[in-house]
Write a protein that binds this ligand. Structure first.
Ligand SMILES: Nc1ncnc2c1ncn2[C@@H]1O[C@H](COP(=O)(O)OP(=O)(O)OP(=O)(O)O)[C@@H](O)[C@H]1O
Ligand SMILES: [Mg+2]
Length: 368
């Protein structure tokens, strides 16, 4: 039998090894991108040695600060930019090697949505959605039928004849999504598509994208600088900084065990790691009273099991000071804040006991 004790069960990480995975929808092979010097401005290295595979049917969030290289990375996927070195393989085709008509044909299977929607103001919602179909040479009747289907899919069947100026931001992005899906792409790229929207509209658009992924099986690559967007929609996360992938993994792992300082700084904005004010104000560093220990938990019910076993096996009168459990990427993750009586020794024994299960825990201090 496996002697390793286990309280935590997780899914395998779904991000694939770039080299090993032929089933990837998108594969970056040792990609570098340098924008050349231009009109006296020096050249810019935007991406450096990226090896990354994006699984077919997945939703991958790409996060990073301004200038990290996010947009450069997605523009390589649809061939809007060419790599300086390396290959970008999309659905087994080397898109970076395609030009002209071959590139335009390949681009029909890769849709894209944008922060500012990029709709033509002189065309109605229906005619904006029709544009890629006109370019692809569809018949008028086929276009009419497909456009109606798409308007219904994105939930704005009643906006057929509206111009962009008559639509809200969320409705404009729905038109953008319908247009991106018109030619039935396998991949949908989203570059900050919710950044111009309020939180409620953002939520609705992210829900729509989740449905599209589930029902149509479209692989989604989502660029954002907001961890809350990643948390709501993505299953896999790639963290970019200064043109490097600095961290990647399942969204639940990234949220519970961020390794890179950049990831940690993004997370600080969104996690409910902050303690209840009433508790935070009482914590002191001199030993005494109860030790306050924060424990990361994963899996529904894991917290209950943990407290019961801890109390029983160490013979401690554990109290629960605060708890927060979220569902992230389909997994339950959260943090418990425990009160442990018995001074420094009991706190140290608790931390040692937890570490045998590879559970992250830290002593925050003591409360009277
Ligand atoms: N067409 C271009 N010509 C020259 N430099 C560029 C070009 N596009 C991007 N860059 C530079 O490449 C680097 C990466 O830019 P990129 O747009 O990929 O970053 P980003 O992560 O999308 O940033 P943001 O969050 O601000 O959109 C930046 O230093 C940027 O100034
Ligand atoms: Mg960008």
């Amino acid at each position: 039998m496996n002697a390793q004790p286990s309280l935590v069960v997780g899914d395998p990480i779904e991000i694939l090894d770039a080299a090993a995975e032929p089933a990837a929808m998108v594969r970056f092979e040792n990609i570098s991108k340098t924008y050349p010097a231009h009109r006296g401005k020096p050249g810019v290295v935007a991406l450096r040695g990226i090896d990354l595979a994006i699984a077919r049917g997945s939703i991958t969030g790409v996060i990073g600060r301004s200038g990290a290289g996010k947009s450069s990375l997605v523009r390589l996927i649809n061939g809007l930019e060419k790599p300086t070195a390396g290959r970008v393989v999309v659905d087994a085709r080397d898109i970076s090697a395609l030009t002209g008509r071959d590139l335009r044909l390949a681009q029909r299977s890769i849709g894209m949505i944008f922060q500012h929607f990029n709709l033509l103001s002189s065309r109605t919602a229906a005619d904006n959605i029709a544009l890629p179909l006109e370019i692809a040479g569809w018949s008028k009747a086929d276009i009419r039928a497909r456009v109606s289907e798409l308007l219904a899919l994105v939930g704005i069947a009643d906006k057929h004849d509206r111009y962009p100026s008559e639509l809200s931001g969320g409705q404009k992005q729905r038109v953008g999504i319908a247009r991106a899906l018109a030619t039935r792409p396998d991949v949908l790229l989203s570059d900050e598509a919710t950044s111009a929207l309020d939180p409620q509209t953002t939520r609705a658009i992210l829900d729509l994208l989740a449905n599209i992924n589930r029902e149509l099986g479209v692989t989604i690559v989502l660029i954002t600088h907001e961890m809350s967007v990643v948390r709501q929609l993505a299953k896999e996360v790639v963290v970019l900084d200064a043109g490097h992938v600095v961290e990647r993994g399942h969204v639940a792992d990234i949220f519970t065990h961020p390794k890179h300082p950049i990831t940690q700084s993004f997370l600080a904005e969104v996690t409910g790691d902050s303690l209840p004010v009433s508790l935070a104000g009482r914590i002191v560093q001199e030993p005494g009273g109860q030790a306050v220990i924060r424990v990361q938990v994963r899996g529904a019910g894991a917290g209950d099991t943990l407290i019961a076993r801890l109390a029983r096996e160490l013979g401690l009168d554990v109290s629960l000071l605060s708890a927060r459990i979220d569902e992230i990427g389909g997994r339950h993750v959260g943090a418990l804040v425990l009160g442990i009586p018995g001074g420094e020794g009991a706190a140290a024994r608790t931390l040692a006991w937890l570490s045998q299960f590879q559970i992250s825990a830290e002593r925050l201090g003591y409360v009277a």
